[in-house]
Design a protein around this ligand. Sequence first.
Ligand SMILES: [Mg+2]
Ligand SMILES: [Zn+2]
Length: 160
Amino acid sequence: MNKAIFLDRDGVINHDPDDYTYLLEETTLLPGILEFAQKVKQKGYLIIVITNQGGINKGRYTHDHVHAVNNFIQGEFNKVGVDIEEFFYCPHHNAIQKCLCRKPDSLLIERGLYKYNIDPKTSYFIGDKWRDIECGEKAGVKGIKIDVNVISDSLINLIA
Ligand SMILES: [Mg+2]
Ligand SMILES: [Zn+2]
């Protein structure tokens, strides 16, 4: 079986301005995230992104906006030799439409575990919100809560 690092997107990979990030020109990668990604790849982990994008349901932006930001992130990771296996996102917002894919619910991470034959016990979910941690733990994946927009040098030391 494989092992994986599941990453939240906004506030973990790219800077979260405390509002929805959907414009490419407002998307900036956090310092240290590419180096962190390279190190976890060297340790043999797959990288998968799980992100809530409820702004779609609210009409703030579209699927195309989400894909553009995801493609930008994938491109920046690829430049340093790292591939993100897949971006899973929930387009729903609980105030508008109930679903099972919005974190803290775990449908998306469970899809990722199944699709990529990942052992939850050897995998991690890194997020800046408690709902990220809850999502991981519902699927048996250990959660690591970070401060929003902070990838510390010691984060890699928490990964086996
Ligand atoms: Mg976040
Ligand atoms: Zn959903």
